[in-house]
Design a binder for this molecule. Structure first.
Ligand SMILES: Nc1ncnc2c1ncn2[C@@H]1O[C@H](COP(=O)(O)OP(=O)(O)OP(=O)(O)O)[C@@H](O)[C@H]1O
Length: 254
């Protein structure tokens, strides 16, 4: 579904753009249809930047991105518009993902209207179905975001993404702002959605338990590079790199 090879991203900031940060350094990975690649690493290792590059939300300096057998590396933003609904992202903070002035119903409708998905009748039906799927009821539709809990808001965000029927979703710490009890429910919803629609996930998280529970393969990032990638089971049993061992130890002893 997604094949990324040798992508690099350097940010240039500061006076006269003299401060350079090599956020992603020659990274390659691929994700099959319906599978999850977990991405772990310390803060600042480049995980979120890599997720945004993979979706072409920001341009890469070098490298190739092939999505669903189409090379999109050189696609313009206009060309990307047709693919946007297939490639979605779910952020960690659902509150800032939703417009506080819009009702939940409007927030769910908006992206579908933008992508021209169905008429009003079809949309109403789909919204109800997706809300149901994520475990919410239609009584929330006329509320505004501040009238929902964090877990409910993240479910709304998941429903909103699912309405577009994406093929790939970058999950950028989707449960890190939620209570532990709610985390498990949200993960269950994401797993069910993947099973039902064969969606591919790039799952970014600090939480190694969450990553282990969700991923087929796991990639470890360190200073902008993927230093190790293995099946989830193998990585936990026999990490190859010293850094991965330290990461696992730190997490287990936390
Ligand atoms: N827009 C930007 N301009 C300049 N530097 C940036 C920008 N975005 C990210 N960076 C830098 O790139 C590096 C990687 O950042 P990134 O957010 O991708 O890391 P991360 O692994 O996702 O971190 P975290 O887990 O804390 O979210 C960091 O040094 C960060 O400061």
């Amino acid at each position: 579904m997604l094949n990324v090879s040798n992508i690099t991203k350097e940010f240039k900031n500061g006076l006269f753009k003299r401060t350079h940060t090599l956020a992603v350094d020659n990274v390659s990975f691929s994700i099959k249809a319906g599978e999850t690649l977990g991405l772990v690493g310390m803060s600042g290792s480049g995980k979120s930047t890599l997720g945004r590059l993979a979706l072409k939300l920001i341009p890469c300096d070098t490298g190739r991105i092939i999505f669903n057998d189409v090379e999109i590396s050189h696609f313009t933003m206009k060309q990307m518009k047709t693919l946007r609904k297939d490639m979605q992202i779910l952020f960690q903070n659902p509150e800032s993902s939703l417009n506080p002035r819009m009702t939940i119903c409007r927030s769910l409708e908006e992206p579908c209207r933008f992508h021209d998905i169905g008429d009003k009748g079809y949309l109403d039906e789909q919204i109800e179905e997706q809300l149901n799927f994520v475990g919410l009821g239609a009584e929330l539709l006329n509320r505004r975001p501040h009238q929902l809990s964090g877990g409910q808001l993240q479910r709304v965000c998941i429903a909103r993404v699912l309405l577009l029927q994406p093929k790939l979703i970058v999950l950028d710490e989707p449960t890190s702002m939620l209570d532990v009890s709610v985390q498990a429910q949200v993960i269950e919803v994401l797993k069910n959605a993947q099973k039902k629609h064969k969606i591919s996930y790039l799952f970014i998280s600090h939480d190694l338990d969450v990553i282990k529970a969700c991923s087929d393969d796991i990639a470890v990032m360190y200073k902008g590079r993927i230093i190790e990638q293995q099946s989830a089971e193998a990585l936990y049993k026999q990490p190859k790199e010293e850094y991965t061992k330290q990461l696992l130890d730190t997490f287990l002893n936390f």
